[in-house]
Write a new protein. Structure first.
Length: 209
């Protein structure tokens, strides 16, 4: 049976269509087999269920959060509701939610991150940046959004005149591409990571190779 690609967006044709249709399933076969074996060995453990099953189990809470965000207008309340659900979504994908703020370079962009993965050297491998859509535009593409000021309210350096870094402006996508280093002078891969229903619960991720 062909691999179900529902929910995957091949932005800017990052992967070739041939790879997605003919090769991806084979590349994932061993990984999926490990997921299924782990789930079979731990039948009573939610944490050991395969990621697709864990994401499927988030359907009810997703729509509850979706309905709640439709009613909320306060940015901080919207951010809290979205962050709570995204924590469950990221856990289902194998990532640990840990809010932190990182300055890309001295005096550069200061970004509110929801999860990070680092290489053994300590260099970044993956950053997950939550994108919060406005109350009057819930279906906005995460890559068209700036960073909301509510995302800096919990920042421990908020209001510190000696703090390094600054929030990005409204054109977040361009600023990220210009400022995120990959150690080789080129661009990192900057891609949307969305829940199956898309916004309002969305995040974007930068990955390094």
């Amino acid at each position: 049976m062909a691999l179900d690609l529902t929910g995957l967006t091949n932005r800017n044709e990052y992967y070739s269509q041939h790879y997605l249709l003919a090769l991806l399933e084979g590349d994932l076969r061993d990984l999926v087999a490990r997921w299924n074996q782990t789930a079979a060995d731990n039948p009573d453990s939610e944490a050991h269920r395969a990621p697709p099953d864990r994401i499927r189990g988030l359907g009810a809470s997703y729509f509850r959060t979706h309905n709640r965000l439709d009613r909320l207008r306060d940015p901080e309340a919207r951010l809290a509701a979205q962050t709570e659900w995204l924590g469950s979504f990221l856990a289902a994908l194998g990532y640990q939610r840990q809010s932190t703020w990182r300055t890309v370079a001295p005096g550069g962009l200061r970004l509110p991150l929801l999860a990070t993965v680092e290489k053994p050297s300590g260099a970044p491998l993956l950053w997950v940046l939550p994108a919060m859509s406005p109350a009057d535009e819930p279906g906005a593409d995460p890559l068209t959004l700036g960073v909301d000021s509510a995302q800096y309210v919990p920042d421990p350096d908020r209001g510190n005149p000696q703090a390094d870094g600054k929030p990005p402006g409204p054109d977040l996508d361009s600023e990220l591409r210009e400022n995120l280093p990959d150690g080789r002078g080129g661009l990192v891969n900057w891609r949307p990571v969305r829940s199956a229903g898309g916004p309002p619960c969305s995040a974007t991720g930068a990955s390094w190779h």
